[in-house]
Design a protein around this ligand. Structure first.
Ligand code: HEC
Length: 466
């Protein structure tokens, strides 16, 4: 069974999305009124405990206004994506842009399509939930109905859950040496970029912000640490491929190694809408001296072709080693086959700490489920030694484009005899086949693997020992 984890680690890691531990992105763009001086921002001070009123208390006003009711809501719930240069097709961060779309905003939120938030509410309380409250839905509805009035700028109060700013000075920024342009012919392109930070001592990463160079083509990205023992191997892959970086899918193209001799570690990731990350207090990710960082970017050119990208990963280190060194551990099923035509096929995998030789408790802070395009649902469960089940994370309607680390409100203590199970369900019926070269495929047996047309069943868990 120790082999199970070794196998899990030894398999190349999947095409992962975000690693949104805790939000610390900079406050979204300024809410400027038409007549504001350029650069004149609305007040940014956090409100005191008594003035959180406009957003959350009492029934929704009959005639909400932009400044008093809608701007704070949009700022905390929409603008991480709906900002110019963001992943969403239009900004919503000014009165002009939002008022034009008030009815559509009301409709999309009422239908539950916006903001995107795939996990179910009745599992475990999560941090940074994007789902709107009934009151917030009513505010958007009433605003549209009232003809989207602007109101008075002085009534604006910065929302209490506005993001803490990311530090303005960082310890290290990893970025490819030059911009990269995916081939015109490729709808999807997976590219790995090797960065040599030249570290002569270990670092303890506690915050990271990933900024795509061109968010229109960056579908998601992952950053891996490749330890010194495998550095020459990734550099050779890089040298062999013409142009910046080298092609890669799933992992970084070199073996991950074993628990005792780990060569590749998953560090951080980004997907549309995923926040900057801050590791839970007292924890951090150790990066070794001599390591290379490999940025694996999945480009998708369905919006534009021929654009170039140079993505940045800004990192903040802790000056001293955090009390607990975190690990990102996968629980994954391998060697499964989904029969052709099956509309609902389940696969699962589970892990028990004691079976891995772990005789002390482990703290789990969050989960990041990962599957591909045939997937329909996934659920991770903790089964206590007593037999009681606890839901860890539940994604009842899988959407490949919305993946991230879901961090628990409260970390979960897992005892050696508990068991963590990841269950995945797939739809391999004729109606759910990918279009390849303009033609929808007929159902075929789908196998586990890292290719776009393979499937994966896994979840990563951010853990510390004890
Ligand atoms: C995590 C990113 C993200 C957040 C947060 C988000 N959106 Fe979106 N929104 C998108 C993307 C991307 C699209 C483009 C359509 C799609 O991919 O689903 C979109 C599309 C829309 C559309 C157009 C839908 C259509 O069919 O034309 C509206 C309206 C909208 N969003 C409103 C909102 C509102 C209101 C909020 C906040 C309450 C919000 N969104 C929050 C990413 C986001």
């Amino acid at each position: 069974m120790a082999n199970a984890l070794r196998t899990a680690l030894g398999l190349s890691l999947g095409a992962l999305g975000a690693f949104g531990l805790e939000d610390c992105t900079e406050a979204p763009s300024a809410f400027q009124s038409r007549d504001a001086e350029p650069g004149t921002d609305v007040p940014r001070e956090a409100p005191g405990p008594t003035d959180t009123g406009p957003m959350t208390v009492g029934p929704a006003p009959e005639r909400p206004t932009w400044w008093r009711d809608v701007a704070p809501l949009v700022q905390s719930r929409c603008v991480e994506c709906h900002v110019s240069g963001g992943i969403a097709p239009f900004p919503l961060d000014t009165f002009e842009a939002a008022s034009e779309r008030a009815p559509l905003m009301a409709l999309e939120t009422r239908m539950g399509r916006m903001p995107p938030w795939p996990p179910a509410d009745d599992c475990r309380p999560l941090q940074h939930v994007r789902r709107l409250s009934p009151r917030e839905l009513a505010v958007l509805d009433n605003w549209a109905r009232a003809g989207a009035p602007e109101g008075d700028r002085s009534t604006y109060v910065r929302p209490p859950d506005a993001r803490e700013p990311f530090p303005s000075s960082v310890d290290y920024t990893a970025t490819p040496t030059a911009p990269y342009t995916p081939p015109m012919s490729a709808l999807d392109d997976y590219r790995c970029f090797v960065v040599n930070p030249g570290w002569t001592e270990a670092k303890h990463m506690v915050q990271a912000r990933i900024t795509p160079g061109d968010a229109r083509i960056v579908h998601h990205l992952n950053m891996f640490e490749v330890r010194a023992a495998s550095a020459a191997e990734v550099e050779a892959l890089d040298a062999r491929a013409p142009g910046e970086g080298y092609p890669c899918f799933g992992g970084v193209g070199v073996p991950v190694g074993s628990l005792a001799d780990q060569r590749v570690q998953y560090v951080a990731g980004w997907a549309p809408g995923s926040p900057a990350l801050r590791t839970p207090p007292g924890t951090g990710i150790r990066l070794e001296a001599g390591s290379r960082l490999v940025l694996q970017v999945h480009y998708n050119q369905s919006v534009v072709r021929g654009a170039s990208d140079r993505t940045r990963v800004e990192m903040v280190f802790s000056p001293t080693a955090p009390r607990r060194q975190a690990m990102v551990i996968p629980v994954m099923a391998d060697r499964f086959r989904i029969p052709a035509g099956m509309p609902d096929y389940a696969v699962e995998s589970s892990l028990q700490p004691r079976a891995l030789g772990i005789t002390f408790p482990v703290t789990v802070y969050g989960a990041f489920p990962h599957m591909h395009q045939f997937a329909r649902a996934t659920r991770s469960t903790l089964t206590r030694a007593s037999g009681a089940d606890e839901c860890l994370v539940d994604v009842p309607r899988w959407q490949f484009h919305w993946q991230q680390f879901y961090m628990f409100d409260e970390p979960v203590r897992v005892e050696p005899d508990d068991r963590v199970t990841v269950q995945c369900r797939y739809d391999n019926s004729a109606a759910n086949q990918p279009v390849v070269g303009g033609v929808q495929r007929t159902p075929q047996e789908v196998r586990s693997g890292t290719g776009t047309l393979d499937e994966m069943c896994m979840a990563f868990f951010y853990i510390t020992i004890l």
